[in-house]
Design a protein around this ligand. Sequence first.
Ligand code: NAG
Ligand code: NAG
Ligand code: NAG
Ligand code: NAG
Ligand code: NAG
Ligand code: NAG
Ligand code: NAG
Ligand code: NAG
Ligand code: NAG
Ligand code: NAG
Ligand code: NAG
Length: 722
Amino acid sequence: MARFFATVAALVATGAHAITPEQMLSAPRRGVASPNPSGDLAVFSYSKYSFEKGSNAHAWHLLDVKTGNITDTGISASDVSEIVWLSDTGIIYINGTNDDVPGGVTLWIGDIKSPSSSKLVASLDAPYSGLKVANTSSGDLHFLVNAKAYANGTAYNPETAVTPKSTARFYDNNYVRHWDTWVDKQRYAVFAGSLSASSNYALASGGLRNLLKDIKFTTTRPESPVQPFGDLGDYDLSPAGDIYAFVSKAPQLNKANYTASYVYAGLFNGTESPKAINGPDSEAYKAGHQGASGSPRFSPNGTTLVFTQQDEDYYESDRVILYAVDFTKGSDSGVSVVNWRSLTPNFDRWVSSPHWAPDGNSVFITAEDRALVRVFNIPLNAGADYQPTSLSPNTSYVSDFAVLPDSTLLISGNSIWSSRDYYTLSSSGKVGQLFSATKADKELAGLGPHTFSEIYFDAALPGYDEKLHAVVVKPSNYSANTTYPLAYIVHGGPQGSNANTWSTRWNFQVWADQGYIVVAPNPTGSTGFGQKLIDGIQGQWGGYPYDEVVNGWQYVHDNLKDVNTDQGIMAGASYGGYMSNWIQGHDLGRKFKAIVTHDGISQTQAAYGTEELWFIRHDYDGTILDASATYDKWNPFNHIANFSTPQFIVHNTLDYRLPDSDGIGLFNVLQTKGVPSRFLNFPDENHWVLKQENSKVWHTEIFNWINHYSKGTPLDSEPIGE
Ligand SMILES: *[C@@H]1O[C@H](CO)[C@@H](O)[C@H](O)[C@H]1NC(C)=O
Ligand SMILES: *[C@@H]1O[C@H](CO)[C@@H](O)[C@H](O)[C@H]1NC(C)=O
Ligand SMILES: *[C@@H]1O[C@H](CO)[C@@H](O)[C@H](O)[C@H]1NC(C)=O
Ligand SMILES: *[C@@H]1O[C@H](CO)[C@@H](O)[C@H](O)[C@H]1NC(C)=O
Ligand SMILES: *[C@@H]1O[C@H](CO)[C@@H](O)[C@H](O)[C@H]1NC(C)=O
Ligand SMILES: *[C@@H]1O[C@H](CO)[C@@H](O)[C@H](O)[C@H]1NC(C)=O
Ligand SMILES: *[C@@H]1O[C@H](CO)[C@@H](O)[C@H](O)[C@H]1NC(C)=O
Ligand SMILES: *[C@@H]1O[C@H](CO)[C@@H](O)[C@H](O)[C@H]1NC(C)=O
Ligand SMILES: *[C@@H]1O[C@H](CO)[C@@H](O)[C@H](O)[C@H]1NC(C)=O
Ligand SMILES: *[C@@H]1O[C@H](CO)[C@@H](O)[C@H](O)[C@H]1NC(C)=O
Ligand SMILES: *[C@@H]1O[C@H](CO)[C@@H](O)[C@H](O)[C@H]1NC(C)=O
C-alpha cells in the first residue's frame, strides 16, 4: 500500500487537485431527498466511510428546501432504516431493532424535530422493509411493507427460523440461483397492515396480510418485489389507502427463460386475491404488450394508475413504455380497470420513475437520453405522437426527484464531477441550486465540468445515420502542453452506457487522475440514443460494436492531439469485459499496452452457466441449441492464438450470472501462453465490488498494472506466489 500513498503525496506536492481512489471511496454518499407534504423540508440518508476506523458512519439529514441549509436530524441511522413523512414534521419510521422478536423490526411515529419523543406503535415479527403509508379518511394508517415469506404465506424471519440439518440445495428447474443468491423456498411478498388511530396507532387485529398468498400460478410462484433489485418501487398504495398494486413475474412462465411480469391490483380491505391488470386475459396482453412491468403509481385522487411495460416477454432491453388505466371500484369482489392506454407510444426512450403532477393531469418521468438521465413531462391527454423535451439541466444526471405541491421538482442529481446535487426546478424552468457535493466535500474539491467533454465518431451499424457518442475525461491537473496515455473504457450491458454520471465503481475522474485521458465510447447496444442502436447488438456481440470501438480509437488517434494512443490501455466490465477479451484476440488488442477485464465472458458457450437464459437467448439469436453458430461466431476463446497483450483479470465468486470460471479459464490460457497476466478475486463480492476496502485493493492493483505497462512504473509484488 506504500505505493498508493506515494501517488497521493506526489499530487499534493504539485498543488494540483486530483481525486484518488481512497478519496472517492471515503467521500460522503447521500441518498435521494424525500420532501414533506408541503415541500419545505426534505430528508435524505448520509453515509461516510473511514479508512482509519474501517467503518461507515450513517445519519439522516434534513434539507431546508428554501435555503439549502442542511442539518442532522439526530435520528440514529444505525436504528432507523427508512423514514416516511406523515405531515410537515410528523414521521413514521422502521426501527431495525425489535426487543420482543429477534430479527423483527418495529414501527415508530414521531416528529422529525424532536426524535427522542417518538413512540413505538407496532412490533413486526420479520425483517420487513419498503414502507409505504396512506393516511385514510378515518384517520387509520394503511401501510404496505415487504419481506420474504414461506409458501404458506407466513413471513420468514431468518433469526427465528429452524435451520435444516443438511445444507443441500436441490432443484428440478433451471433457476437455481440469481445475481449473488441461491434460490431457496421462500419468496418476497408485499404485506398490508393497518394502524388504528383510535388505539394509539396499534397494529389492527389480524396483523399483516400477505397479498400474494392466494395468487394462482402454474410455473412461477408469485414474488414481489421482483428480485434482485426490486424494492418499494415495485408496489404502491392509493393516496386514500383503498387500492394497492404490485409487480410480480408471469406466473405461467419459466423464470429462467422470461422477463415478463404483470401489475396486480386489489382492494386493501378485500378478501379477493389481486388481479393482473395486464396479464394474459387483458387488453394490453392481447395487443402484444407482454414484457416486464414496473413502477405502478396511483394518481392523486386514486382513479388512475400509471405503470411501465416492455413488449417482448424475454427481451430485457426492449423499449419501456408508460401506460395508464382507470379503476372502477366499489364492490367487495375486487377492482376492475377500464381505459387502458399508452401514454408514450412513440417516445423512443425508456420511461422510468413516474411521479404524478399534483393536479393529476400529467406525469413527470425520467428517461436516459444522450448520456444523461433527464426529466420529462407527459400530459395524460397528449396524443400518440407527443415528443416530450427534457426539462432538467444539460449537466445533471437525475438519480430521482419528487414533485412539490406547486409542481416544482426537487431533483437529486449527480454528474462526473459531483456525487450529489440537490436543486429545485420550477415549472418555468428556473433552477434553484440547494447543494453540491463538490462544494461541500473536501474529497471532491476542485472537480468540475472543465475536465469533461464529448466526442462523436462513426457508427458501423447499418442504417444508423447518426454519429456515435463518447465521454472524454481529462486529468484534474490537465495541462495542454503535454500528452496523456489513453484509457479506453467500454461499458457493460451491452445495453448500458458511458454517461455523465458519478460512479463509485467506474469513476472516470479517478481513472483520469492516474494521468490518463479517459475515452468511454457508446457503440451499438448503448442505451439513451434510441431503440435502433440498442436492438442492433442482437447477434452482433463482437461485430458492429467491435468495428465501432476501432472507429472510436482511430478517431482519438487522429483528432485528440493531447492523447497518446501508443501508451494507451483499455478496460471494461461485464459486456465491457467480454469486449476486452474479444479485443485481446483481434487487431485492436495490439494497440494497447495493457487490458483489464472485470467479470466478462471469455467463452460464449459457458454463458449457459448463467441463470438469465432469457438474456443470452435474445442476444445470441436463440438458445445454444438453435443458434450455436452465433455463440461460436463471437467466442473470444476462438482467438486465443492471438492473445498477447498484458491482461489483468478480475472475477468475483458471487457473480452467479457470469460464473468466475470464465475469468479463471482466461487467466489459465494467458498464463499457458506466457502472456503477462494477473487474476484478482473477491470471494465476498458479486458482479460489482461494493465494499470500500475491497474497492481500494481493486483500484490499487489495477492502477499498478496499467501504470506499469503504460508508463513504466514498478510492478508491485503483492500477489500470492508459489
Ligand atoms: C499532474 O499530476 C501528475 C501526477 O502526479 C504530475 O506528474 C504532474 O506534474 C501534474 N501536472 C501539473 C500540471 O500539475
Ligand atoms: C442552518 O440551521 C441551523 C440549525 O437550525 C442554524 O443554526 C443555522 O444558522 C442555519 N444556517 C443557515 C445558513 O441558515
Ligand atoms: C392523518 O391526517 C389527518 C387529517 O389531515 C391528521 O389530523 C392526522 O394527524 C394524520 N395522521 C398522522 C398520524 O399524522
Ligand atoms: C429503536 O428501537 C430500540 C429498541 O426498542 C430503541 O432502544 C431505540 O431507541 C429505537 N430507536 C429509535 C430511533 O427509535
Ligand atoms: C408456515 O410455514 C412455516 C415454516 O414451516 C411455519 O413456521 C408457519 O407456522 C406456517 N404458517 C402457517 C400459517 O401455517
Ligand atoms: C424454457 O425452460 C424450459 C424448462 O427448463 C425448457 O424446457 C425450454 O426449452 C426453455 N425454452 C427456451 C426457449 O429456452
Ligand atoms: C372495501 O372497499 C370498497 C371500495 O373502497 C368498498 O366498496 C367496500 O364496501 C369495502 N368493504 C368492506 C368490507 O369494508
Ligand atoms: C381525478 O383526477 C382527474 C385528473 O385531474 C380528474 O379528471 C378526475 O375527474 C378525478 N376523479 C375524481 C373521481 O375526482
Ligand atoms: C440542452 O441543450 C440543448 C442542445 O444544446 C438545448 O437545445 C436545450 O435547450 C438545453 N436544455 C436545457 C434544459 O438547458
Ligand atoms: C504551456 O505552454 C505555453 C506556451 O509555451 C506557456 O505559456 C504556458 O505557461 C505553458 N503552460 C503550462 C501549464 O506549462
Ligand atoms: C490472428 O490475427 C491475425 C492478424 O489479424 C489474423 O489474420 C488471424 O486470423 C488471427 N487468428 C485468430 C485465431 O483469430
